[in-house]
Write a protein that binds this ligand. Structure first.
Ligand code: FAD
Length: 502
């Protein structure tokens, strides 16, 4: 039986970074991935002459040349910074309020963002300046937490980052109201809430501010050759450092004896190890992979308590005309029924709710598709169980087409831009598609929902306490930093360092 210092289950963002970090520290690491390629959701697929990025939107925290974003620094530490090409957007987002028909386009850069907001909402400047000041404090505090790798000196934290400590328990809406931000400015600023999958009265201010700040400061970034480029660079670096990766190797069982990990099993192989990092849902790990008597009751309780995050329907469109011919000018279109995220979140419990995010990579990267063509992806979050009630084995493909048709219609009607006549390729992904590819329960792409006390900081601070089987840790979207590219990458490094410490 081959023995490894650590076995990483799943080659998603979190898994790849964890594995590479440990391998670079001189450990013998094996990645077991059930699919054919690295990246999990961070990959691409081809239809005809188009290559679509599976994850549709952008990465935050990448500063680019002359800047030192958290993700640039991470890529440098991992040794992939010179092996990838990133491109940055010139605007953060374009949001359309379907109710009032008002449209807002927000630029990149803190000063530009504040100025634009003042134009749209006169009298918002002071509150916006305060907001970005707090963002700066939060960014520094989170970098400190990341650099301390879980060994946090609380006294030091209080002294160095008093604002951060004070803000830690509050949700987004409470802080923005407290700093007297005008209502309209709060609504525009909370546009990104759909990326979090929870309304602003549920998302922690610290979490929201850190992500929004990264988008505004540096601009959203995309890899030139889709996110598969990033995943492949991580995989290549891992292999060059001596790491082993087996594809088509689904882990079925994690062996645990006397409360400690001893190995993992695929269908036809068993490997020995005392450290496992799982890049998948704890619900699957505790529910299916570990013998019942070895699962701590506290972990079962936690799993029953946590709510799965949002799911998604995504329509990938390859269009046979240029941006100019079609009239697509923005990289990210947020189409909202209501800019108040609390009202919108309630409305989105319906299945056909009309909240759609459109992404056009060609606005950032002209070469994202062949000359004279462009790509548009339309995404809609799914909350509640409406989708499950609607879908049966018999009607699945009809429902899928109905969704595709509906999202295209929403986009056309809200923006006034005709799309349908330019469609050359179309692919539709539903929660079932994402469940099949990632193995995540119900196809949840956002890990667990950030809700109440189960938010970013409590998760970071209780991560070690939740580690009740010695040697078993979780990384990625179900990890403590929650979901999105930057968070899953950074969490991958955190978890690797904790494993190394152990
Ligand atoms: C449509 C869409 C749009 C998105 N847009 C954005 C965006 O604009 N910006 C952003 O930052 N994020 C976005 N995201 C989220 C982002 O893609 C995810 O947060 C991130 O990719 C998740 O990474 P992860 O580390 O959790 O791994 P995952 O991608 O979840 O990968 C898990 C891996 O584990 C493997 N696996 C599972 N079970 C087993 C097993 N038993 N044995 C072996 N291997 C196994 C799976 O095959 C998979 O490769 C989007 C996601 C989707 C779906």
């Amino acid at each position: 039986m081959e023995k490894f210092d650590c076995i990483v289950i799943g080659a998603g963002n979190g898994g790849l970074v964890s594995a590479l970090t440990l391998q670079k520290k001189g450990k013998k690491v094996l990645i077991l991935e059930k699919g054919l390629a690295p990246g999990g959701l961070a990959t691409s697929f081809r239809r005809g002459r188009f290559e679509f990025d599976v994850r549709t939107h952008e990465l935050c925290g990448y500063g680019g040349v002359g800047n030192n974003g958290e993700i640039d620094s991470l890529f440098e530490r991992l040794g992939i910074d010179s092996k990838i090409e990133m491109m940055q957007a010139q605007e953060t987002f374009h949001v359309i309020d379907k109710l009032t028909k008002d449209e807002y386009t927000m630029p990149v850069g803190v000063d530009h963002f504040i100025e634009k907001m003042e134009e749209y909402v006169p009298g918002s400047r002071d509150a916006m300046t305060t907001f970005f000041g707090l963002c700066e404090d939060i960014k520094d505090a989170l970098s400190y937490l990341h650099s301390e790798k879980g060994t946090i000196d609380e006294k030091d934290l209080y002294q160095k980052f008093p604002n951060f400590v004070q803000l830690a328990p509050y949700k987004v809406d409470a802080v923005l109201e407290k700093i007297k931000m005008p209502k309209k400015a709060i609504e525009i600023l909370s546009t990104y809430w759909v990326y979090f999958g929870s309304a602003i009265d549920d998302v922690s201010f610290v979490h929201y501010a850190s992500i929004v700040y990264s988008y505004v400061l540096y601009g959203p970034a995309i890899p030139k050759y889709t996110s598969h480029e990033l995943s492949r660079a991580l995989e290549n670096e891992f292999k060059s450092a001596g790491g082993t990766i087996y594809y088509l190797s689904e882990v079925e069982k994690i062996d645990v004896e006397d409360g400690e990990v001893t190995g993992v099993q695929t269908k036809d192989q068993t490997f020995a190890t005392s450290h496992v990092i799982a890049n998948l849902s704890p619900k699957v790990v505790y529910g299916k992979m570990i013998q019942k008597e070895n699962v701590p009751v506290e972990n079962c309780q936690l799993e029953n308590e946590r709510i799965l995050g949002a799911r998604e329907i995504t329509v990938y469109l390859g269009l046979n005309a240029s941006l100019e011919d079609i009239g697509l000018h923005h990289s990210t279109y947020f189409l909202s029924n209501n800019l108040n995220s609390k009202v919108e979140y309630k409305k989105m419990q319906e299945v056909f709710h009309g909240n759609v995010v459109g992404f056009v990579p060609n606005v950032i990267n002209a070469k994202a598709s062949p000359d004279g063509t462009c790509i548009l992806t339309l995404t809609s979050l799914i909350f509640g169980d409406g989708f499950d009630k609607l879908v049966s084995k018999e009607n699945y493909f009809d429902v899928k087409e109905q969704f595709g048709d509906y999202l295209i219609r929403c986009f056309e009607e809200t923006t006034g831009i005709s799309i349908r006549k330019y469609i050359e390729e179309i692919e539709i992904a539903t929660p079932l598609t994402f469940a099949r590819y990632t193995g995540h329960p119900s196809g949840a792409i956002y890990g667990y929902m950030a809700k109440g006390y189960d938010n970013l900081l409590p998760r970071i601070f209780s991560e070690e306490e939740e580690t009740r089987i010695k040697g078993l840790r979780f990384c990625g979207g179900f990890g403590s930093r929650l979901s999105d590219f930057s968070s899953t990458y950074l969490n991958g490094e955190d978890v690797a360092m904790k494993t190394l410490g152990e």
